[in-house]
Design a protein around this ligand. Structure first.
Ligand SMILES: Nc1ncnc2c1ncn2[C@@H]1O[C@H](COP(=O)(O)OP(=O)(O)OP(=O)(O)O)[C@@H](O)[C@H]1O
Length: 230
């Protein structure tokens, strides 16, 4: 599904004329349906890898070969902006602990917007049915559906994020520390969710600080140190 070869990314800090290494010479691959975990200290370059795949970071060197349903084998480091927009809408998912939504958009509308992008605006009843199904599936209390998620708990925001990402049935789901700042009960719910996604055949790449959380969950696990994979 994904094969990364020699991926490097650094950042030029103009104000101090200095380069900061994000990640260096990263190589690994993920088979369809696998869950690969990345651990490592803060600042070791984990999120940089995910942002290169999602292409909010433009890789400097290396290849990110992704087996796209639409485009066939595609190097995400070289893909056009138009291709990336398509992949983000239909094939890739990105979930973090932060909610990326417009202000004054209800929880329901956030997920419906994703559903409409996937199913098209012509079939709104289908998109609405899917939205309700997803919100229930990911255990978001019905009393919260018409509220703005600004006031939601970390776990509620996360479940909403996952529902919005999963309604697109992404072929590859990127998880950027989804359990950060959650209590143990909420972490357990996330773990159950991930197990559920895995059983449904979703391919995943996830970053976790909590090694205990990863126990028995990953097919492969990598540790990052100072921008490099060890
Ligand atoms: N846009 C950017 N501009 C400048 N430096 C950056 C940028 N993004 C990341 N960095 C730097 O790259 C390094 C790796 O950052 P990255 O976010 O990948 O770390 P991380 O392992 O995900 O950390 P954390 O676990 O704290 O989220 C850090 O030193 C960070 O300061």
């Amino acid at each position: 599904m994904l094969q990364i070869e020699g991926l490097s990314k650094s950042f030029l800090l103009h104000r101090v004329s200095r380069r900061v290494q994000g990640c260096q010479d990263i190589a690994f691959s993920i088979e369809p349906g696998q869950f690969v975990g990345i651990t490592g200290r803060s600042g070791s370059g984990k999120s940089t890898i995910l942002r290169c795949i999602w292409r909010t970071n433009l890789p400097e060197r290396g290849r990110i070969l992704y087996d796209s349903a639409r485009f066939g084998m595609l190097d995400l480091a070289q893909a056009t902006q138009r291709q990336m927009l398509y992949l983000r809408a239909y094939e890739l998912g990105y979930v973090s602990q932060f909610l990326n939504a417009l202000p004054r958009q209800t929880a329901y509308d956030i997920v419906l917007k994703s559903a409409l992008e996937t199913h098209g605006t012509a079939d709104r009843p289908r998109a609405e049915r899917e939205t309700e199904r997803m919100l229930r599936h990911f255990d978001l209390d019905e009393n919260l559906w018409e509220l703005y998620p600004r006031t939601f708990s970390g776990g509620e925001k996360l479940r909403l994020n996952i529902a919005a990402a999963m309604i697109k049935h992404p072929r590859l789901l990127l998880l950027d520390e989804p359990t950060a700042s959650l209590d143990n009960a909420s972490k357990l719910k996330v773990r159950t969710l991930i197990e559920q996604l895995k059983a449904e055949g979703t391919t995943m790449l996830g970053i976790f600080h909590d090694l205990e959380f990863m126990e028995g969950l990953c097919d492969h696990e990598f540790n990052m140190q100072e921008g490099m994979m060890v």
